[in-house]
Ligand binder design. Structure first.
Ligand SMILES: *[C@@H]1O[C@H](CO)[C@@H](O)[C@H](O)[C@H]1NC(C)=O
Ligand SMILES: *[C@@H]1O[C@H](CO)[C@@H](O)[C@H](O)[C@H]1NC(C)=O
Length: 667
């Protein structure tokens, strides 16, 4: 015991500093944090307290005393957490389990160098490579602005989500990514539906490590050529987890061990999935499924987008245009197909009294996101007629109510899976009715690089109240908090392994949901960036991921849709989906030539499904990726580090699709 404890002190190196130099740098009023006492031992590692001196930082309200806790959680996982020891601040409610005592044998070294910049370094023991090197003296920890920067060992950086960007390996030339969940169709560099402050870095000698910044506040990261990373967030604490790999697969295994392994999807959900917004009635759905069958094109899933609902109301169906839907779903099941319904996270409050039980029951239970008063519900405008309220899924009572509603609805429509959409959450107003008050939460002194420079555009006001605090802290957890209750609902309703498809995601979502890359466009460029998105979500522990095959917005073309069908046959989640008013793009609508090619490529997918299923089993049990970049398998070959026009299924199959118009091969 005594011996073990000794070890932790050895790994803290106190560099000998020149006293004269240090004395002037401190006493002459350099701003920042300094160390007054030596680290003290804790059960999982050690702790130091830092004190701030000098002028206030840019946005004021500096926290004068902060603590740095270092936890040696496992051999390959280190946590370091910088927080206010005197006042509790918001922390992400994701449970990451770790043993009660510091790991006895660790693959990393820590150095805390008490010089004028007070450096905190993390090194890989086997090679001495410095994975993190940050100045604690320079960090900013004020109430609504927290900033930490670090040098990193190489420019092969992957991850950070959710964004559309041109290459899988990041451009490090002063690129800033904002992260804040948003109903935003893919647009270069913009903050999109999900938040994943996780990156993987491949070191120059081909070892890999990963880092999670566990924070849910609006934030940004800047990638610079030193190479370095600068994290800026407007709330919570600085909570980092480092995963030592050393292979890319090891990094994802260790990451998902911490945040939760991906769910094991039902086999049918690996089949071909067909969807669109804008089937005007059930006859058009039937005609579509029938023509798929006539051409012998494999199909396992048919979706019902909001068209199936009565007036876009959750837990209803349109008894005129979709008359006979329950019976039709039963027919589909007999043919071996499955039906997935969409549900939105807003409930109309304006239906006639006594007619809309989901709202009335929820209202009785007091389970909505509230205004800043903590009493009256936040009222937004979304798809249903009138105005809507938003379930606060962080509240266990809300989760129970949602589960109950889903389970009851199974008796109306015998669905097989649930697609949870618009859960950023989306609102068609700027903040809820009648607009956001002017205050520190709605208008913080610093707004990260997010669309419209606004925390309330297309969503609710940040000062709204949820069970775990203001939306200022919990906004980006909305879709994440909807995932577990939806998963549980399907389990209870069907008794089977659930399939949940979610648009908004956060760290740990893969435990419950699949994801698609959102409302993309029928453009060749979007076909290429879909590969990047799919590889990234595999790093994020959400391997069941795909993009809308043939594109959502804009009319597709014969050639683009055919090439996309060939690529999409190898998406882990293979779904063709289309927007309202766009022309039909199911693979049976373009005639015999298209149908023949689509059938043959999908038959290749189907012939490989046992392999794909095995990969998902390994993802679930070991945390492996399903689709992975070539650099996962050929890490020592730097040529592979930048490849994102081809990808692998597991270690054994490479897919190199045609991504260029008027091209007949890949050269
Ligand atoms: C760290 O350095 C500062 C001066 O640079 C000094 O005042 C302080 O006592 C040192 N702390 C420890 C624990 O050595
Ligand atoms: C929201 O308001 C309802 C009704 O007053 C109340 O029961 C509930 O506790 C509130 N919840 C939050 C998170 O403010």
């Amino acid at each position: 015991m005594e011996k073990k404890q000794q070890l932790y002190f050895v790994v803290i190196a106190f560099a000998v500093f020149a006293p004269a130099f240090a004395a002037t740098s401190i006493s002459e009023g350099q701003d920042g944090y300094s160390l007054s006492r030596k680290p003290e031992k804790t059960t999982k590692g050690w702790r130091v307290v830092l004190s701030r001196h000098g002028a206030t930082s840019r946005y004021g309200n500096d926290i004068s005393q902060i603590a740095l806790d270092v936890e040696f959680q496992t051999k390959d996982r280190l946590r370091f957490k910088i927080y206010d020891p005197n006042n509790k601040r918001f922390e992400v409610p994701l449970k990451i389990e770790s043993p009660p005592l510091a790991a006895p044998d660790i693959s990393y070294d820590i150095e805390l160098v008490n010089d004028s910049s007070l450096r905190f370094k993390i090194l890989r023991k086997t090679t001495g490579t410095v994975l993190w090197d940050t100045s604690l003296a320079d960090l900013i920890f004020s109430n609504q602005y927290l900033q930490i920067a670090t040098n990193i060992p190489s420019s092969s950086v992957y991850g950070f989500g959710e964004h559309q960007h041109p290459s899988f390996r990041h451009n490090m030339n002063h690129i800033t990514y904002g992260m804040y969940t948003r109903d935003q169709s893919p647009k270069m560099y913009a903050n999109l539906y999900g938040v994943h402050p996780f990156y993987m870095c491949i070191e120059n000698d081909a070892n890999a490590h990963g880092v999670l910044f566990l924070n849910s506040n609006a934030q940004e990261v800047t990638l610079s050529p030193e190479p370095s990373l600068t994290f800026r967030t407007i709330g919570g604490i600085l909570d980092f987890y480092v995963f030592l790999g050393p292979t890319p697969e090891n990094v994802v295994q260790q990451y998902t061990e911490a945040i939760g392994r991906p769910h094991f999807p039902p086999y049918w959900s690996l089949g071909y999935q067909l969807s669109r917004w804008g089937y005007p009635n059930i006859d058009v759905v039937k005609q579509t499924v029938t023509r798929m069958e006539e051409y012998g094109i494999p199909q396992d899933v048919q979706y019902g987008d909001i068209d199936y609902m009565n007036h876009h109301l959750d837990f209803t169906y349109d008894k005129e245009n979709y008359a006979g839907l329950p019976e039709y779903i039963q027919d589909l099941k007999k043919q071996g197909l499955h039906y997935v319904i969409i549900l939105d996270p807003f409930l109309s409050k304006d239906e006639a009294q006594g007619t809309y039980r989901p709202y009335e029951l929820g209202e009785q239970l007091g389970i909505w996101v509230n205004n800043s008063d903590g009493i009256t519900p936040a009222i937004g405008k979304a798809l249903p007629p009138g105005y809507s309220v938003y379930p606060d899924y962080l509240n266990p009572k809300t989760a129970d109510w949602w589960t109950q509603m889903c389970v009851e609805f199974q008796n109306v429509l015998p669905y097989d899976g649930i697609w949870i959409d618009m859960n950023e959450p989306s609102n068609f107003l700027n903040g809820q009715y009648p607009g956001c008050a002017h205050n520190d939460l709605n208008n913080p002194p610093f707004v990260p690089r997010i669309s419209d420079d606004s925390l309330s555009q297309s969503t609710l006001c940040p000062d709204s109240k949820t069970y775990l605090g203001s939306l200022y802290d919990t906004h980006s957890l909305f879709g994440w908090s909807e995932a577990a209750p939806t998963f549980r609902a399907i389990q209870e309703a069907t008794g089977k392994r659930p399939f949940v498809l979610s648009r908004s995601t956060f760290v740990g979502n893969g435990k419950y949901t699949a994801h698609w890359l959102g409302d993309n466009h029928a453009l060749w460029e979007d076909m290429h960036t879909s590969i990047i998105g799919i590889l990234e979500f595999n790093l994020f522990g959400i391997p069941q991921v795909g993009a809308d095959i043939c594109g959502f917005y804009f009319d597709t073309t014969f050639e683009l849709c055919l090439r996309w069908t060939q690529l999409g046959a190898f998406y882990p989640l293979s779904r063709n989906h289309n927007a309202l008013d766009q022309k039909d793009q199911d693979p049976a609508v373009f005639g015999t030539e298209f149908a023949t090619i689509a059938r043959s490529v999908l038959q290749i997918r189907y012939s490989l499904l046992p392999y794909l299923y095995t990969l998902f089993f390994e993802a679930h049990t070991l945390g492996n990726t399903v689709a992975r970049g070539l650099m996962h398998e050929f890490t020592a070959d730097p040529e592979t580090h930048g490849i994102d026009t081809a990808f692998l299924w597991g270690s054994a199959l490479m897919i190199a699709p045609v991504l260029q118009e008027a091209s007949t091969g890949v050269f």
